[in-house]
Ligand binder design. Structure first.
Ligand SMILES: [Fe+2]
Ligand SMILES: [Fe+2]
Length: 272
């Protein structure tokens, strides 16, 4: 099982740049092309939120066309830049039936062979912070109590303080309760997040949280107290998660043209 995770696509309406600078549509197109060329092909793509920039219907329409070249199932996660109603309206058709089965929150369960995927909705509408209310936490607890199968939880906001002050400042309501639930269920193999626009890892409970870089702009790495909120055009990327029981191995992929692959050896001998 090979999972391609993309995150924080921030698609704008056609012709518009994010923050007046970032051509997010072009960058996603490059990422989608890179994924379609992968060998072996991923079994699925998981998009962990901030799919579009302002939650607009026109942005979701463009997003849908940009994702169309992906032949494998695509699972969508809502982020703080998303708008649930417009997201559902744009992706109501074939391939996205799982969205129709969700109610107030975009939370759903997918069986991936011997893996269970639980998608959580950490959105507090019109706010940057993360939120897992009692309804959403109860849903998680219920799902985890039903199976001992290795489980991946996907959600937009990372449930820990990252050290990047302006990203941490809005907070995450329910993060402590979430951690308690995860700590009680050893089958949680991984918690896959976005939102931070960087590759970050952290242990919570007995599980690992991994944060995927953005397909577009990255949040500037600044660990100073009160550091300013800035982004930087470091190389964008995505992650490949390889499930080889009993482990999930994560590779971070950088997008860009870095030339050909060079051999280490010639005629079986290490090149000097
Ligand atoms: Fe984002
Ligand atoms: Fe976000």
């Amino acid at each position: 099982m090979l999972i391609a995770q993309i995150s924080d696509l921030h698609i704008k309406a056609a012709g518009r740049l994010a923050y007046g600078v970032v051509d997010t549509a072009n960058l996603l197109q490059r990422c989608v092309t890179a994924i379609t060329r992968l060998q072996p092909a991923p079994d699925l793509v998981l998009a962990t939120g901030d799919l579009v920039d302002y939650g607009l219907a026109a942005e979701y329409e463009l997003l849908k066309s940009l994702l169309a070249p992906l032949s494998m199932p695509v699972y969508l996660v809502a982020g703080n830049h998303d708008e649930r109603r417009h997201l559902r309206a744009a992706f109501g058709g074939p391939g996205f039936e799982y969205l129709a089965a969700t109610d107030q929150f975009i939370q759903y369960q997918v069986q991936l062979g011997a893996l269970c995927l639980l998608v959580l909705d950490t959105v507090a509408p019109m706010e940057a912070r993360g939120q897992l209310c009692s309804v959403r936490l109860r849903w998680l607890e219920q799902r985890l109590s039903e199976t001992a199968m290795p489980t991946i939880i996907a959600m937009h906001h990372p449930p820990f303080v990252t050290g990047i002050a302006h990203m941490d400042a809005p907070g995450f309501e329910g993060a402590a309760e979430f951690e308690e639930i995860v700590a009680r269920h050893a089958q949680v193999e991984r918690i896959m997040c976005g939102h931070l626009h960087r590759s970050i890892q952290c242990r919570i409970g007995s599980s690992v949280v991994s944060v995927c870089p953005s397909t577009a702009h990255q949040v500037a790495l600044d660990l100073r107290i009160g550091g300013p909120d800035c982004f930087v055009m470091e190389p964008p990327g995505f992650q490949l998660h390889l499930w080889t029981p009993p482990r999930l191995i994560t590779h971070t992929c950088v997008l860009g043209d870095f030339g050909p692959h060079y051999p280490f050896r010639h005629a079986g001998v290490l090149i000097d």
